[in-house]
Design a protein. Structure first.
Length: 158
């Protein structure tokens, strides 16, 4: 039976900027130590493309993430599969505009049983909370660095 978990965090950064940071995978190691050795097989964020790398937390396992849906700047859905770990996850990342900023939301489902104390529920909770919180914090640092451009939700790109 699948185990599910949902989690969200808010950032002060407007959604277009959050999307840009999220979809540039070279940023991922800058804000979190969860993933490493990431690279694309296929067109980045294209349906059926693979994001290949290593998950380092809460367990270390190599795998790939097959893009199922990418709808800029609001949604990414992917299937994560590993050979040696005995489980698969489906995750949906949503970026929801708020005033001011963006809510970053993840909905996750796991099938199989990760080799971690606490099982699938613990795996989803640890991974989702840490990655989303790290990413939201990274976005907030970017918002603060942009100073006046982002005051009151104003964005010179609009």
């Amino acid at each position: 039976m699948p185990t599910s978990f949902s989690y969200s965090a808010q950032t002060k950064l407007p959604r277009p900027h959050v999307w840009d940071l999220l979809t540039d995978i070279t940023n991922w190691p800058k804000f979190s130590d969860i993933y490493c050795d990431l690279h694309w097989v296929g067109r980045p964020w294209g349906e059926g493309s693979l994001l290949v790398g290593t998950l380092r937390y809460p367990i270390e396992v190599s795998g790939h993430y097959e893009i199922k849906t990418c709808q800029p700047p609001t949604l990414i859905r992917y299937l994560s599969q590993t050979r040696e770990a005995g489980f698969a996850t489906e995750r949906t990342l949503r970026l929801e505009e708020t005033s001011p900023g963006t809510i970053i939301r993840v909905d996750s489902f796991v099938v199989g049983e990760p080799k971690i104390s606490g099982g699938a529920a613990e795996f989803l909770s640890k991974l989702s909370k840490r990655w989303i919180d790290d990413f939201a914090g990274f976005c907030d640092v970017q918002a603060e660095g942009n100073g006046n451009r982002l005051k009151n939700g104003a964005d010179e790109r609009t």
